[in-house]
Write a protein that binds this ligand. Sequence first.
Ligand code: 13P
Ligand code: SF4
Length: 307
Amino acid sequence: MLPKISKEDEKIIAKILRLKKEKDALILAHNYQEYGIYRIADSIGDSFELSKIASKTDKNLIVFCGVKFMAETAKILSPQKTVLLPDISAGCTLVKNGDVDEVRKLKEKHPDAALVTYVNSSAELKAISAACCTSANAIGIVNSIECEKIIFAPDQNLGKYVQKHSDKKIILADNFCSVHTHISKKSIDDLKKQHPNAKVVAHPECTPDVLDICDEVASTKGMLDYCKTFQDQEFIIATEQNMLNRLILECPGNTYINAGGVCEGMQKITLAKVLDALENEKYSISIDETIMKNAKKALDKMLEISK
Ligand code: 13P
Ligand code: SF4
């Protein structure tokens, strides 16, 4: 069942919708946002879908309901627009101080390799990359780059998953998503015992032993597409827990069992903060111009390859 929205939040939703119209703003929400945020969003999606929308919109004001790298990606793709992130501390554990230094060392060690960077990264790291990718297109991007050796950063689990689907030699950086890496094979096995007919669907940021026992490995949009092809089916969903709301909303005929955790960064965005962001135009994303220009090249390469 979808969560109930309190009377107080309904009032905030009405205010946001009014202000959104007045300011001609576009509200983008990642699938991991709470259900109330879905209600005010113009588009809900995975990182790849949202980055495509951000690159094409003619609106001058974008409010991004997600984590900081997502708002930064929107800003890099539309530098002339104002991009607001309702809580500037909404972070992703894959984005770490010093991640660029670690990857620079890998580049020095493997000068013949091309760097492919997952969008869950800092703008600085994107700026030194040959191309970016998301979980929806990582395999395709890596296989399209004209280089037999690829440094894949920063998510090691996604990199290992890509390696299984590529003949290229992949050199991995050393980072994980704290939410997905803590989903254990044992917890999935236990849920499977309780729900023997359930299909297991996991995000490729999960560990390889979890991915090995899955029926489907997909980005959050891919999960939606997969579950939509079933009716009256049970699914064990191994990703951020809010994904279940999106699945219930779009394909309610199935049953979803949560095997995932909570992304603290994603949960920092609330309706009250979105209202505050719109009222006071905060927090506006700004990035150094040179970094932005170089990061855009890597993001544009991704958009060009996965058109
Ligand atoms: P998507 O690529 O499905 O949007 O996932 C992003 C993410 O942060 C997963 O943890
Ligand atoms: Fe980052 Fe993990 Fe949260 Fe996704 S779920 S935004 S990878 S911390």
